[in-house]
Design a protein around this ligand. Structure first.
Ligand SMILES: NC(=O)c1ccc[n+]([C@@H]2O[C@H](COP(=O)([O-])OP(=O)(O)OC[C@H]3O[C@@H](n4cnc5c(N)ncnc54)[C@H](O)[C@@H]3O)[C@@H](O)[C@H]2O)c1
Length: 353
């Protein structure tokens, strides 16, 4: 039986891709390859893993042997594993190069050896750098501005070499910022929701005027799955939305949902060493094939807040003693916790061999 391998599938975006692939490809075995860093959580995919719909292989994409074992029967590899948080990349940039560049290279080498027939590489709109006016298409030059986006751009250069030299069947996607459930609360939307839930201030970088487009992770996963089927080999597809807000607007929108005055809850903190003012991409190429976003952050806020309220205890270490669960833990989370302590180590070891 052939398989679909999803790297980083226990993380935020990856787990939504796993949901979509499990839904749309019932005849394929799904294998999640994930190192389970702080950003990965088995609870993001437990519903597939414990029902035997998907298998979790705990391993590092920078380890060529691990990649070889993962992709040996793959008919499709979707590569979403990465170190993804820009703020962390300023202090720990070598880890970003190790995972995002060396890890991508190792995975491609394993895919080349195994002659994997299709690979979707998940990149980011940040590789284009700052775009102050209009929107850039896929032909624009890459001008990354921070260690995270530089490592993502470097990974794309490795892929380009593999595409040209070995005719590797790679399709690359570059997406806007994503929002959705299961995102680790280091990024602005989940962090601010958690801060509002525990009564903390909302720290805004600089003057809060940096702008970002916010695409639903569910729309993103739909786009990745669509591109896996309909995307042309060797091509790059931007995946975007028209929903664009400044950080201050995001803070005000979330504070408004909680019925809190934004002026009383926002605090301005020193900015990153460099912080792109705006990213903006055109996704006409993808919409010409028939994809368009269907969800919107403004409409999804209630659902998002509800999820973080229910799952706040997961992030108790981040918020110290201030996390008081307002609701009882959902039964399934308790069940997963028991499985994790009782069975998971052996299960994961078995999966890795
Ligand atoms: N989140 C966004 O807004 C956004 C926007 C555009 C593109 N992307 C891209 O989407 C992908 C997923 O992003 P995310 O936000 O879900 O990230 P995330 O940090 O939530 O999850 C990353 C996952 O990769 C895993 N991982 C990290 N290092 C690994 C390694 N060496 N080997 C195997 N697994 C490893 C982690 O355990 C985690 O499960 C990334 O490639 C990112 O560049 C994200």
């Amino acid at each position: 039986m052939t398989s679909i391998v999803i790297t980083g599938g226990a993380g935020f975006a990856g787990s939504h891709i796993v949901d979509e692939v499990c839904r749309t490809c019932p005849d394929d075995r799904v294998l999640i390859l994930d190192k389970m860093t702080y950003a990965g959580d088995v609870r993001n995919v437990y519903h597939h893993v414990f029902s035997n719909r998907a298998q979790l292989m705990v391993g590092d994409i920078a380890d060529l042997d691990v990649c070889r074992r993962a992709v040996k029967d793959a008919r499709l590899v979707i590569h979403a594993a990465a170190e993804s948080h820009v703020d962390n990349s300023f202090g720990n940039s070598l880890e970003f190069t190790r995972t995002n560049v060396l890890g991508t290279h190792s995975l491609m080498e394993a895919c080349r050896e195994a002659r994997v027939p299709k690979i979707v590489h998940v990149s980011t709109d940040e590789v284009y750098g700052e775009v102050m006016e209009g929107a850039v298409d896929e032909a624009a030059a890459l001008k990354p501005t921070n260690p995270y986006s530089s490592s993502k751009a470097a990974a794309e250069m490795i892929l380009r070499g593999y595409t040209q030299s070995y005719r590797m069947p790679i399709v690359t996607v570059r997406a806007n910022n994503l929002y959705g459930t299961r995102q680790f609360p280091e990024k602005i939307i989940p962090r601010f929701i958690c801060h509002l839930l525990v009564g903390r201030k909302l720290p805004l970088h600089g003057n809060g005027q940096n702008r970002r487009h916010y695409l639903s992770a569910i729309d993103f996963a739909r786009a990745v799955s669509f591109i896996a089927e309909h995307g042309d080999i060797g091509e790059i597809y931007n995946i975007g939305t028209k929903e664009e807000y400044t950080n201050l607007q995001v803070a005000s929108m979330l504070a408004g949902f909680f019925g809190v005055d934004p002026d009383s809850v926002c605090e301005f903190v020193p900015d990153r060493p460099f912080n792109d003012a705006r990213y903006s991409i055109s996704w006409d190429k993808l919409s010409a094939k028939g994809w368009s976003p269907q969800n919107s952050l403004r409409k999804d806020i209630g659902r998002l807040v509800q999820w973080y309220e229910t799952h706040l205890w997961r992030f108790a270490e981040l918020f110290g003693g201030s996390v008081v669960p307002r609701r009882r833990r959902p039964a399934e989370d308790k069940a997963v916790e028991q499985l994790l302590s009782a069975q998971a180590p052996e299960f994961m070891a078995a999966a890795a061999n």
